[in-house]
Design a protein around this ligand. Structure first.
Ligand code: ADP
Ligand code: MG
Length: 723
């Protein structure tokens, strides 16, 4: 047995017997939000006027004046220092997809040998990290490398605690000195503003003059894998690319479905409890945890929050999963496809919009009038998805997600909307005067009492749809497990804002009397549904027929990142982003550059890794086995009973093939100089990835014949089943 395997078994046994989570027995209410500078804290610690000014900033986006900011800063730092914090950090979300933080001490020398508190409103509102190494897509040259971070007042500050101290973390937006967005938060906030503005125009027409701010909400369900840490450290591919570039399928995979919602192993449960506790302390409302479909795969989901806070909390969730895992001898894998041949991981992002005055706007109402409003918002979303399928698809395009989208486990590369039979039926009757599933006849009329009560819960859940209505929200299922949810949320907010703008503009011209207005809504709904009906699909999104049908309907399809980015990079996308002030033209084009570059980096890292592992680990193991067989074969020949020749021939053949494919990979992974950025991506996708796959296929065959004790990499069987 290999040493790694032995170690993993030992640690699994050790933790299995002693998997005690530190969080055991402490009631959640004793620590929920204890590390958050929460609204309660602010109310208690701030003078009334300052607190009111801050609330105005949070709720209505009114800028915070410097003197109020000074008072807030003093209260915030006092709160943090009382709890043992020594430093503060502006946390921001650069386009690397990770979080970045720059730490500063709360104190500065006063020049007389003492320390002075040095944290004022100015520090709170603005930080200036040297940002030359973050991707900017050409927006910023190195000589003007300074970036600016500004506190996002709508996301509360919090304390992170480690064994080595506590830090006050301030969620911030990150821009260049010219004010251009260099991060994922700025466009998200802008898209939420755009959505608020357009939704309120529509609500006004429905008689809501003061509904309060309309916010987008998000509830992201995170899938992840856990494996023993010793396997992780003996797998260069997992460490550097997040997924296994080699590994034959285990005899038993997920075919028995015995993992889904199964009993959670003790060690994993201990891990989950500590993760929950850490997140509760930070005010992240995690709620659900369970086993997922694949062996060693799990899910964690919070209760939804405002899209902005949910996004910050999602980053914290991913960080916490990865930080806590080693304490239990585990490694947490967030890659979309850590293991070939079994399910990968995604992140279902549940999305809706609502306001204090009315509540969730995607909730079918109790009265015909409310239902009319619901149908308008729902149709606006359908229209948005139909018009901006490319944007939505592009927002989840990255190298890791290519392994998932298109395979028979995740939403496919064609974007469609699932509405469920009942709602589709209502829409069909409104638009075409036909009926299919219900027993009603004739054309439905909105705004009159005959409009039937709408489904409260869509029971016929469809798990294959990329964008599904699930009763009071939409669930975008194509988001990758490792990606920030900011991008997909920006896309949804922007395209729905555009749709609502269209609705408002149409209806603002309608007669003001009740009957006239209702007729105008009826007409508009009919048009919206007819024009966008092609995007509605309630069937099996994995089936061959659907792909043929989708093509007939003219729905865009992009099965790889380069295709998806090319398609997204179209006038409709650019226009929507610029028109609603989400991203300027320069910001959009810089982002595309970053996405293409990122794809190249991701694939090139894998190509180099694939080659080096094949060369230095797999090929030598094969050679050793070949040698073993050859020696035995010689001896057996002398005895005249050779049963080794076949195996020796097989191994020799595989080694020859491997050798040839390695040489090929080396040759193709030298990127041709003359290709420009986009062409390089297509080249990698069409030329390099197939050769990597070929190398893997041969190596995996070799794994199946090679002596187990010689094989240098932990096998799938071991990684997935030793817990
Ligand atoms: P399922 O796996 O059946 O889809 P889960 O309970 O795992 O359901 O996840 C549903 C997610 O949807 C939760 O995060 C939940 O808070 C979120 N959600 C519920 N209502 C809304 C809403 N109005 N807006 C956004 N997200 C919502
Ligand atoms: Mg779900």
């Amino acid at each position: 047995m290999s040493i790694t395997r032995q170690k993993a078994i030992e640690s699994a046994i050790e933790y299995r017997n002693d998997a005690v989570s530190r969080s055991r027995g402490i009631p959640v209410r004793d620590y929920f939000g204890m590390n958050v500078f929460s609204d309660d804290q602010m109310r208690a610690r701030l003078p009334k006027t300052v607190y009111r000014a801050l609330r105005q900033t949070i709720e209505e986006g009114v800028p915070l004046d410097v003197s109020s900011a000074d008072v807030v800063a003093a209260a915030m730092s006092q709160w943090a220092i009382e709890r043992g914090a020594t430093h503060y950090a502006h946390v921001f979300y650069p386009l690397t997809g990770l979080t970045a933080e720059k730490h500063d001490g709360f104190y500065a020398p006063d020049g007389k040998g003492h320390l002075l508190a040095d944290f004022s409103g100015k520090h709170l509102i603005k930080g200036e990290p040297d940002a030359s190494s973050f991707p900017s897509g050409g927006i910023r040259a190195t000589f003007e490398a300074r970036g600016y971070t500004a506190w996002d007042v709508t996301s509360p500050a919090y304390l992170t605690e480690g064994r080595n101290g506590k830090t006050l973390c301030i969620p911030t937006a990150f821009c260049s000195w010219t004010g251009e967005a260099l991060d994922k938060k700025v466009p998200l906030l802008r898209s939420m503003q755009a959505l608020n503005k357009q939704a309120r125009r529509v609500l006004k027409l429905f008689g809501h003059d003061n509904p309060g701010m309309v916010t987008a909400s998000a509830g992201p369900e995170q899938e992840y894998f856990l494996i023993d840490r010793s396997f992780y450290y003996s797998r260069p591919d997992l460490q550097s690319s997040g997924r296994t570039l080699f590994g034959a399928r285990p005899p038993k995979g997920q075919e028995l479905d015995d993992q889904y919602y199964g009993t959670i192993p003790e060690r994993v449960l201990a891990f989950m409890m500590e993760v929950d506790q850490e997140l509760y302390k930070l005010g992240v409302p995690v709620k659900t945890r369970h086993n997922e479909v694949a062996p060693a795969q799990y899910e964690i989901a919070p209760v939804f929050e405002s899209a902005n806070v949910a996004t910050d909390h999602q980053y914290l969730t991913m960080q916490t999963l990865q930080r806590v895992a080693p304490k239990y001898g585990l490694a947490c894998l967030l890659h979309e496809k850590p293991f070939a041949g079994i399910n990968g991981s995604g992140k279902h992002v549940n999305w809706s919009l609502g306001c204090a005055g009315i509540g969730n706007l995607l909730n079918p109402g109790a009265t015909p009038q409310e239902n009319m409003q619901f149908l308008v918002f729902c149709a606006a979303v359908v229209r948005a998805v139909n018009r901006h399928g490319e944007m939505l698809r592009g927002s989840v395009a990255h190298a890791g997600n290519d392994h998932r989208l298109g395979a028979n486990e995740a939403p496919p590369s064609v974007i469609s909307v699932f509405l469920g039979d009942q709602l589709t039926d209502v829409f069909e009757q409104l638009a075409f005067g036909t009926e299919k599933h219900a027993s009603r006849g004739g054309v439905l009329n909105v705004g009159v009492d005959t409009l039937p009560p709408l489904p409260k819960d869509v029971t016929d859940r469809n798990r294959t749809s990329p964008f599904a209505f699930t009763g009071n929200r939409f669930e975008f299922r194509a988001v990758g497990s490792d990606q920030s949810i900011a991008g997909p949320l920006v896309a949804i907010n922007t395209m729905v804002a555009e749709s609502l703008d269209y609705v408002a503009t149409e209806l603002e011209q309608a007669p003001k009397d009740r009957a006239g207005f209702n007729r105008a809504v009826q007409d508009l709904l009919q048009r919206m549904i007819r024009d966008n009906f092609r995007v509605i699909f309630n069937g099996d999104n994995y089936s061959e027929e659907w792909h043929r049908e989708a093509e007939r309907r003219g729905l865009p399809k992009a099965s790889s990142t380069p295709e998806a980015l090319d398609a997204m990079n179209c006038p409709a996308t650019v226009e929507a982003f610029t028109k609603y002030g989400v991203l300027s033209e320069r910001e959009v084009s810089s982002r595309f550059e970053i996405y293409y570059e990122r794809y190249i980096k991701d694939v090139m890292i894998e190509a180099r890794l694939c080659l080096s592992m094949a060369r230095t680990m797999i090929f030598p193991a094969g050679i050793k086995y070949q040698q073993m067989l050859a020696t035995t074969s010689d001896a057996l020949n002398r005895l005249g009973k050779n049963h080794c020749t076949h195996t020796l021939d097989d191994v020799t053949l595989l080694l020859n093939q491997l050798h040839q494919k390695m040489a090929e990979l080396e040759a193709v992974s030298k990127l041709p100089e003359q290709l420009e950025l986009r062409e390089r991506c297509h080249y990698l996708n069409q030329t390099v990835i197939p050769v990597m796959n070929a190398v893997r296929e041969i190596a995996d065959q070799l794994e199946c014949v090679c002596a187990d004790e010689l094989w240098p990499l932990p096998t799938y069987q071991e990684m997935l089943f030793i817990r």
